[in-house]
Design a protein around this ligand. Structure first.
Ligand code: FAD
Length: 578
């Protein structure tokens, strides 16, 4: 962000804080002097049809005072299961955001290898960073009434959908949370009228809880395709699209924000608004990249495209015997990225220093008259598959017909993602964008290769070919995502994980060091606002760049009292605590 932009942001922020009649410090559930009394809570619960839940830690059965062996086995067995976690009112995907250090929280151990019950845990099992109250919303009125009560009492308000957030945005100590997961209806509308145009187009209309698996299923059913992510349980019309939305089809159709044509949203004044290219235009712009700081999305409308005729898939696994051969493999992989893209391949690859291994998911969606033998991918990947002294295995498949994308997703992508994308662990997940400029510079690519090959062996590395081509055709200020996305070829993640009962400081110090070395290697501090960490040096610049001043101005207009706040979100400078 330039100096003048910085001044603009500072002025806007000062105005935001000065004009706020409520906002921080928020009233938390433990404060009986400001929190709604029981009679009020009962009336509120009635207004949401009895769907207010008083949360309790799901790990209680694993602790000595409340031990129940059978229940503890079930929890320990499921703690790494995203489908189980999304259903728990008191869970998010990563326990670090349920626990707030010391004895605040209720961490659960993994299931012992022999399947027996974990031994009863000593210590206190508390709510930690989990919201004490959560409304399991099933209609827009429930959300309106929750927003109104939160505004009236100046409550700390949070929004939770699937709980996949990497920053702890969907949980907070003392908060009242709106839970949208079960508002997941989907409908295919063939003739949706685009605002400001006489034209119609097919769209998926989705409740805020629709996830990736549902998006692919409904589009496949009606002979369409629409860009979503990799992980089935990630909420497409929630955090995914609000923060950008990346996935395997991003270089073909653009990012999530490029494919949403309208939102319905409950704003801080408790009103239900439509935001699109003609109505509430600023809000529409802010919602396409600015995250969950502007209101609660209650419906989103996504473009769909004619289905592919076929999808070719490739899975590869390459393991090397020593550091030198592994470094050579990494070099081959980096050099392959441009030719692979030119050949229409999309997907991701992951490098594991400990095993000196690389795994690859590669896809080639095909349109009519573009036929290609699926074994073509093997030829393209040959330099890596045949890397000196390394062993490789690979397999290819082809899915045909109008539901080929959904079929490929279910049969090919899903099993690999479920095996390799663990949840229920402690994680910080650094990201950096890979620019087209970097891809053109041999010298810079050399630094990238060295960075990946020399990572601490315990740290894996993920290269996501989820943007480029189509996403670069969109103007840098057309949506509120960081303008650098419009010159991004790909992006990378470098996750740091630590044990269930380990200290977050360990994760912090490793990730903090990585942040500097990755920024140097990738020649940028720009990161994905949905996949990063709370301790970026300048999160406003890293996530939104030149678009941040306008985001702050819109925040001031639509949420002057800072009702919607979350860590590393727009306007969170003024609210600080997660
Ligand atoms: C295992 C894993 C895989 C992932 N894969 C991908 C991927 O392939 N592509 C990709 O782009 N991202 C991916 N992500 C990142 C993902 O997009 C973000 O974590 C995103 O925030 C998830 O949104 P959610 O609504 O599902 O999660 P939640 O944690 O429930 O929500 C996160 C935040 O989004 C906001 N939010 C959610 N719903 C609403 C709403 N209705 N109205 C207003 N604000 C709302 C709130 O601020 C909320 O706190 C992945 C994350 C994980 C953990």
């Amino acid at each position: 962000m330039g100096f003048s932009s910085l001044i603009l942001v500072s002025l806007a922020l000062a105005a935001l804080i000065a004009t706020a009649s409520a906002g921080p410090p928020y009233c938390e559930a433990s404060n009986s002097t400001c929190f709604p009394p029981d009679t009020e809570l009962a009336a509120f619960n009635k207004s949401v049809d009895g769907r207010l839940i008083k949360n309790k830690p799901y790990g209680l059965p694993c602790y000595k005072a409340t031990y129940n062996a059978a229940a503890c086995i079930e929890i320990a067995a499921n703690k790494g299961n995203a489908s189980w976690r999304v259903q728990q009112p008191a869970a998010v995907m990563y326990p670090i955001w349920e626990n707030s250090g010391g004895d605040k929280g209720c961490p659960v151990p993994p299931l012992p290898a022999n399947g027996s019950a974990p031994a009863p845990l000593e210590g206190n099992c508390t709510l930690g960073s989990v919201s004490p109250y959560i409304v399991n919303a099933s209609c827009v009125d429930h959300i309106v009434n929750t927003v109104k009560v939160a505004a009236k009492y100046n409550l700390r308000l949070r929004i939770k959908n699937s709980g996949h957030d990497y920053f702890g945005r969907s949980s907070s100590q003392g908060a009242l949370t709106i839970w949208t997961h079960y508002m997941s209806d989907t409908e295919l509308i063939e003739d949706f009228k685009l605002c400001g145009s006489s034209q119609t187009r097919p769209v998926v209309s989705a409740g805020p809880g629709m996830d990736v698996e549902q998006l692919y299923a409904i589009t496949g059913k009606y002979n369409y395709v629409s860009p979503g992510g990799y992980t089935p349980t990630v909420g497409v019309s929630g955090g995914f699209v609000l923060g950008g939305g990346t996935g395997p089809l991003g270089s073909i159709f653009g990012m999530g924000v490029d494919n949403v044509v309208q939102f319905e949203v409950v704003t801080a004044d408790g009103k239900v608004k439509v935001a699109n290219g003609c109505t509430n235009v600023d809000l529409f712009w802010a919602l396409r990249g600015g995250g969950g700081a502007f209101g609660v999305v209650t419906r989103a409308y996504f473009k769909v495209y004619p289905a592919f005729d076929a999808v070719n898939t490739f899975f590869g696994q390459i393991t090397c015997p020593d550091n030198a051969s592994y470094a050579n493999l990494i070099s081959q992989m980096v050099d392959l990225q441009v030719p692979l893209r030119d050949a229409g391949q999309v997907g991701i690859w992951q490098a594991y220093g400990k095993q000196r291994a690389v795994t690859i998911i590669s896809l080639h969606p095909l349109r009519s008259n573009a036929t290609e033998d699926p074994s073509m991918a093997q030829k393209l990947y040959n330099p890596a598959l045949g890397a000196n002294r390394c062993n490789s295995t690979s397999k290819v498949a082809q899915f045909t017909g109008s539901s080929s994308w959904n079929d490929a997703y279910k049969a090919f992508i899903l099993p690999i993602i479920l095996k390799n994308g663990p949840v229920g662990i402690n994680i910080f997940n650094l990201s950096r964008l890979v620019s087209y400029d970097l891809m053109k510079s041999k010298e810079k690519l050399q630094k990238v290769k060295e960075f990946i090959a020399n990572l601490d062996p315990d740290i894996s590395f993920l290269w996501q070919n989820d943007v480029g081509e189509a996403s670069t055709k969109v103007a840098p200020d057309a949506t509120s995502v960081h303008p650098d996305w419009r010159n991004a070829f790909a992006f990378v993640n470098i996750p740091v994980v630590w044990p269930w009962d380990g200290n977050a400081n360990l994760g912090f110090s490793k990730s903090d060091r990585l942040m500097w070395s990755a920024s140097k290697a990738f020649d940028t501090w720009t990161a994905y606002s949905n996949e990063d960490m709370n301790f970026e040096r300048d999160f406003q610049q890293s996530f939104w760049g030149e678009n941040y001043p306008r985001l702050i101005q819109i925040k001031e207009e639509v949420d002057p009292d800072l009702l919607f706040q979350c860590p590393s979100c727009v306007g969170s400078e003024a609210t600080v605590r997660q």
